[in-house]
Write a protein that binds this ligand. Structure first.
Ligand code: ADP
Ligand code: ADP
Length: 225
């Protein structure tokens, strides 16, 4: 587990400044949702926490360590993308174990971790299938499984449910909440869906035009708009 601290972070693309001094404190084990209109900077902030996007100014810490110059693979995080980003020519099991394989983790340990994650996500019977043989919800679970096997302190979710139909989205919301309660990890979760934010977050960060507009618990925010 780990806290995440974003301190006065700015971001420029060329001459265009898209983030103007964003600060957010995320406590150990908290489920924090970043919301706000398209283009407000949610994905950019998430990608900066992941290390996929360099920050122009300010500081980001994970678990008390400044990570500004730390490669994504050396941060204690795992990211789940909207597009799932599964390898089409690898099975479910291979997709889930791949990051560990690259790290040189022994085969027996990979198998054990994949089996454990598959049990949590109800994927045990699908380990030999290929992504194209799965439903949208199953693909989403594989993407989460791939993150879980790495046992990160912080999970980063980038609009993970936006490719799913409405009914499945509601079911997956509950699943992700349960996963959080079970693993007790820190989660930073980007969505443009206010209901998702309301139902899932311990704390909501409302962004607008590259700034933090409001931060608070769901009821505090939406009782006093
Ligand atoms: P959100 O996730 O809230 O929709 P983004 O973080 O994707 O917003 O984008 C924030 C702002 O940064 C937008 O104005 C977007 O156009 C701009 N932006 C994002 N990525 C790039 C990029 N690679 N180059 C230039 N501008 C970018
Ligand atoms: P989403 O809103 O689903 O997060 P976007 O369509 O905003 O995705 O962005 C997709 C990719 O394009 C991201 O990698 C983002 O950094 C990049 N991007 C977004 N806006 C711009 C922009 N104005 N110029 C260049 N790249 C951009």
């Amino acid at each position: 587990m780990a806290e995440v601290t974003v301190r006065n972070v700015k971001k420029r693309y060329g001459n265009v400044q898209v983030m103007h001094g964003v600060s957010v404190d995320i406590e150990d084990g908290q489920f924090v949702v970043l919301v706000g209109p398209s283009g407000c900077g949610k994905s950019t902030l998430l990608r900066m926490i992941a290390g996929l996007e360099p920050i122009s100014d300010g500081e980001i810490s994970i678990g008390g360590r400044v990570v500004n110059n730390v490669m994504p693979k050396d941060r204690d995080i795992a990211m789940v993308f909207q597009s799932y980003a599964l390898y089409p020519h690898k099975t479910v099991g291979e997709n889930m174990g791949f990051a560990l394989k690259i790290k040189g983790t022994p085969r027996a340990e990979i198998d054990a971790k994949v089996a454990k994650a598959a049990a949590i996500l109800d994927l045990g019977h699908l380990l030999d299938r290929y992504p194209k043989q799965l439903s949208g919800g199953q693909r989403q679970r594989v993407a989460m499984g791939r993150a879980i096997v790495r046992d990160p302190a912080v999970f980063l979710f980038d609009e993970p449910l936006s490719n799913l139909d409405a009914k499945l989205r509601v079911a997956m919301r509950v699943e992700i909440k349960e996963l959080h309660q079970r693993l007790k990890t820190t989660i930073v979760y980007v969505t443009h869906d206010q209901i998702e934010a309301m139902t899932m977050a311990d704390k909501i960060v409302v962004m607008r035009d590259g700034r933090v507009e409001q931060i608070g618990a769901p009821l505090d925010l939406y009782d006093n708009p």
